[in-house]
Design a protein around this ligand. Sequence first.
Ligand SMILES: [Zn+2]
Ligand SMILES: [Zn+2]
Length: 122
Amino acid sequence: MSDMNCPYCNAEQDVNHDDGEGYDESQKHEHECSECGKNFTFRTTITYRYEPAKADCLNDGNHQWYPSKTYPKHHTRMLCRTCDDFRDPTPEEKAEHGIPERPGKAGRTTASAAQPAQGAKL
Ligand SMILES: [Zn+2]
Ligand SMILES: [Zn+2]
């Protein structure tokens, strides 16, 4: 699919974004038709696509937990397929998925400065 059609000859034209050109929504951009050679302007409208999906766990349902593919394996977390929430695996899940205990667990929290996303969210 091409970006637009030339207003003079209707030829399909692709916007050249090589230098980050053509993205600014606040100004008109100039384009020379590769077909008829006429210059024209275009405005950019950036649209966003949204992909809605049911999230039962956000509606009093259950999270769809699955183990992350993390190495070393004792760092494995349980991720929710639906809402991207995560938490540490329970002892039962560790047994089920063969996740070993973390070494040097005593006294250390899982949150570290290097990984700010790892909150104590349960
Ligand atoms: Zn043209
Ligand atoms: Zn969830």
